[in-house]
Design a protein around this ligand. Sequence first.
Ligand code: FAD
Ligand code: NAI
Length: 474
Amino acid sequence: MSKEFDVLVIGGGPGGYVAAIRAAQLGFKTACCESNPYADPKGEPRLGGTCLNVGCIPSKALLHTSHLFEEAGHGFEAQGISVGKPRIDVATMVARKSGIVDQLTGGIKGLFKKNKVTLLNGHGSFVAHAGEGWQVKVGDEVVTARQVIVATGSKARHLPGIAVDNNIVCDNVGALDINAVPKKLAVIGAGVIGLEMGSVWRRLGSEVTVLEALPDFLSLADVDVAREALKVFKKQGLNINLGCTIGDVTVSKKGVSINYTDKDGAAQKLDADRLIVSVGRVPNTDGLNAEAVGLKLNERGMIEIDEHCRTNLPGVWAVGDVVRGPMLAHKAMEEAVMVAEIMAGQSGHCNFDTIPWVIYTSPEIAWVGRTEQQLKRDGIAYRVGKIPFLANGRALGMGDPTGFVKMLADASTDRILGVHIIGANASELISEAVVAMEFGAASEDLARICHAHPTLSEVVHEAALAVDKRSLHF
Ligand code: FAD
Ligand code: NAI
């Protein structure tokens, strides 16, 4: 007899494992199936998806190590510390990263046990509608579940004619396991991965050249932030070429040669030891057998859903990278909790207007809400408060006064519409803005809240004061 569950979650990434835990907490008999390709010593499925295995967590570990390396090489001296020329042991750096991944992926297995989620080893694919539920083939067995949550995530988009071997030519998987500092590193795509991984290897000594198709840099970010970021990254030594069209790419054992046309239409050639291709991600829907049950996908292969993550099939839901919206781990987790709670008859909710973005470069970039260019485009009248970290005692003490906080508030109601930060610890500072916006705060509300001194958060405070042209320290 086939195994029966109230809820089957397909995929054990941040969307899937969180959906499974929350569903189990709410009393559903829950299973989660995972078929990931990341090697596990015991041959068991590794939970955590892209985020824990080949995304958020390993990339941040490498960013941290490379940041320390750069500080030791270039930041310490100004503070009177001499340590000599630092050397990097890439194998130790990568092993440390992998250890963190092992610890966290194993931790989720523990959470499954604690919450009584059944882990099924295997690829999930729809078989048929059965009674009030769905039959799903997992590995060699068919299980039945009254409700199914698809959380199959995404994989790197590859470019035609550029074969990824994850050695010389890497996507995110290989980029996190490069075993020696390349003398020359080429990156196609100046998006989030290109900038984060480009920063890692530049800090460790590579000559990094990024080739970006669009004429504008970081077009998703606020214009002022994008402009400042481009200036700072170029000064750090990241070669960023915008408006490029990639042509033939040839790979040999020694390296890679990229022909491209630059923004002026001139033919160029870039030789490098390694290439990272980071040109966005595509949803994982192949092998799901969506057609057999009539699960609707959109023209980009994403599962179609309503605002509560319901698909066109009764009792089938989809969350995370496999559906519309930003491909971010915390967005996937929010949707996961919402779906489980709606299933349990609660009023699950996900506010897409307050999902923060963070790019973990140095300086960090973080934002929430709308950009100035979006407000202009939408004809919304706004006021701006913008304060640099240069005027902040804590930032100066840390030796890291680059960047600013920019707050955008509605011109008539003063409600905060967007907050954009480029600077040290922007990833943590943005939370205050997220909380404020969740509570529908006005800039005046933040301006009247006491912020500890000396902290970087005082710059957020000053930006709120600056909306009303009454900043105190700038
Ligand atoms: P995934 O994490 O992709 O998980 C899907 C899982 O489903 C996978 O384990 C897959 O093996 C499994 N699966 C697929 N099909 C099936 C099937 N048919 N049956 C069974 N299992 C299946 N986001 C952030 O918020 N912050 C960051 O700092 C950040 N850094 C990133 C860095 C990199 C290099 C990359 C590549 C991504 C990063 N992201 C970051 C994005 C983040 O990793 C994703 O948004 C997040 O992992 C999406 O979660 P998910 O559960 O939807 O999908
Ligand atoms: P991305 O969408 O951030 O950037 C891709 C870049 O490649 C864009 O600038 C695009 O214009 C460019 N591009 C596309 N085709 C090209 C071509 N043919 N030639 C040259 N350039 C081209 O995608 P990326 O960096 O691959 O990351 C994927 C996703 O993973 C991100 O969008 C994000 O959702 C997630 N991520 C999040 C992180 C974070 O939250 N800190 C870190 C890394 C990834």
